[in-house]
Every structure is written in C-alpha cells, then in structure tokens.
Design a protein around this ligand. Structure first.
Ligand SMILES: Cc1cc2nc3c(=O)[nH]c(=O)nc-3n(C[C@H](O)[C@H](O)[C@H](O)COP(=O)(O)O)c2cc1C
Length: 250
C-alpha cells in the first residue's frame, strides 16, 4: 500500500485501464473510505452508486461520451442525497424544513459528495489503482442518467469516478505554484505580480502540453479553461436541480 504522501502527491488522472477486475477487498476499503467522509452536521448528505454491469456502463458512456466509463472496472456515481433524511424524518414524524430549496442546502450536498469522491480517489490511489473523475456524468444528460439510475427525488448526480487497474502512467500535470494557491494571512493584493506568475504558469502548461507523454496539444492553460467555461454556459443545472426536487429559490 502506498503512503498517504505518495498517494496524494503522485496522483494523476488515469483514463486507460487494464481489463483486470478490482478485488472485493480493495473495493471494501474504497467503500470504507467513502463511508468515513467528514460531512456537514454528520448528515451524510450523499450516496454512491457502484456500476459494474458492462451494459449499463456502456449506456452511461453513450450519454456522456466519456470512454473511461466503459473501460473502467467500477464506475462510481457520487450523488447529493436528501432522500434518506426525508425517509427517516417521515418515519419519525419530524417537520422537515425546505432546506433543499436553498443554495446552502445544495452546497452542503455537493461538498459532501465531492469529499466522498476525494476519499475514494485517495484510497484507490493508495491501492495502486487509477481513477478519473467524470464531471460529464452531471452535465451531459442529467435527466436520462437520473432515469437510468432510478434516482429518487431529492438526489442529484454531482460527479462520476472511473476506477480501474492503470494501463497508463501520464506525466504529472503542472499545477499553480504555491504562491498563487496559498495566500498567507490575507488574500494577496499584488495584482501585477499575481498576473506575472499566472502568465508564467500558463506558459509552463503550454510547454507541458506540447511535450508530455501520449497525446500532445497546443493548448495553453487559460484559453483552454475559458473554452470549457464557454461550453459550460450551455448546461442547464438549475433546471436539472429543479427536476430532481431541488426547487432552489434562496
Ligand atoms: C470535478 C471533476 C470533474 C472532472 N471531469 C472530467 C471528465 O468529465 N472527463 C475527464 O477526462 N476528466 C475529468 N476530470 C479530470 C480533470 O481533467 C483532471 O483532474 C485535471 O485535468 C488535472 O489533472 P490530474 O487529475 O491528472 O492532476 C475531472 C476532474 C474533476 C475534479
């Protein structure tokens, strides 16, 4: 088993997997890591669907266009989940406030599901497995996926996670330098220096993309990210949330 340090610092997204299956013992550890996620109020406002059936994985691939979903061994879907608390509140005759109609209710569920995914990533990595988060599981076809997964009201797909035995070892991607990520004491006010550091980072990513192992590209960092945002302007997440019973109004 890899150390925590190695599991976190040597992690990279892996998108190609061997056909090997992940053992039950390894999956049990990943499930334990997911269960032990810190959550708001200890409310555990999340659930995970573990998809292993190849036909179902292929259907999700058709909806999202992400190849990793059909080639991975386990595809985990991380949901924000208020269905469980509503079930027990109903059974105990508790008066449920309309928390799921608030932005904070959505943030709480999204944060819980995301932290659970990160715990799974780190445990998978420590076991020598490879993983890749799949945000398109949320954005590509929210209604079709919800119906395929038989999701009840008050649940919402936050992110998918493909896990498998790695078939590639991509170079680590350069990340923003510590000076841009960790603001000591207060948020930095030296905008010009920050811009220079961002431009240097942008050039570093450009160089990485031109020279990395495997598929190369001419992308720099900033325009590539801005292009993603432009594409994301077409997602209709508010409507998708509302259709799942999150009538976000405040
Ligand atoms: C929330 C989230 C959603 C992501 N969605 C996708 C995705 O749909 N497809 C994909 O290939 N990679 C996806 N990724 C992986 C990112 O592209 C990857 O983390 C990023 O490029 C940094 O590379 P690294 O993970 O190797 O450090 C996602 C990552 C996160 C955290």
């Amino acid at each position: 088993m890899k150390s925590v340090k190695e599991s976190i610092l040597d992690r990279r997204s892996v998108r190609r997997y061997e056909r090997d299956t992940i053992s039950e013992e390894q999956m049990a550890l990943i499930y334990e890591a997911i269960r032990n996620t810190p959550t708001s109020y200890n409310g555990q406002q999340f659930s995970v669907i573990d998809v292993t059936d190849q036909a179902v994985k292929e259907q999700i691939y058709m909806l999202t266009g992400q190849k990793q979903i059909k080639t991975c061994n386990h595809f985990l879907l991380f949901l924000m989940d208020y269905n469980k608390i509503e079930l027990i509140a109903d059974a105990k005759n508790l008066d449920m406030p309309d928390f799921t109609s608030t932005v904070d209710g959505v943030i709480v569920g999204v944060v819980d599901a995301t932290l659970a995914m990160m715990n799974a990533v780190t445990m998978a990595e420590s076991l020598g497995l490879g993983s890749c988060p799949i945000g398109y599981a949320r954005t590509a076809a929210p209604e079709a996926l919800a119906s395929l997964m038989k999701l009840p009201e008050k649940t919402f797909v936050v992110c998918g996670l493909a896990i498998g035995v790695p078939r590639e070892h991509p170079d680590l991607k350069p990340k923003q330098p510590e000076s841009l990520v960790i603001h000591k004491g207060y948020y930095r006010s030296d905008r010009d220096a920050m811009t220079d550091e961002l431009l240097a980072y942008d050039a570093e990513v450009g160089e990485y993309n031109r020279t990395r192992e495997g598929t190369k590209s001419d992308n720099d960092w900033a325009s590539h990210i801005v292009d993603y945002y432009r594409e994301a302007m077409n997602y209709r997440m508010l409507r998708a949330l509302q259709r799942r019973g999150f009538d976000v109004a405040k």
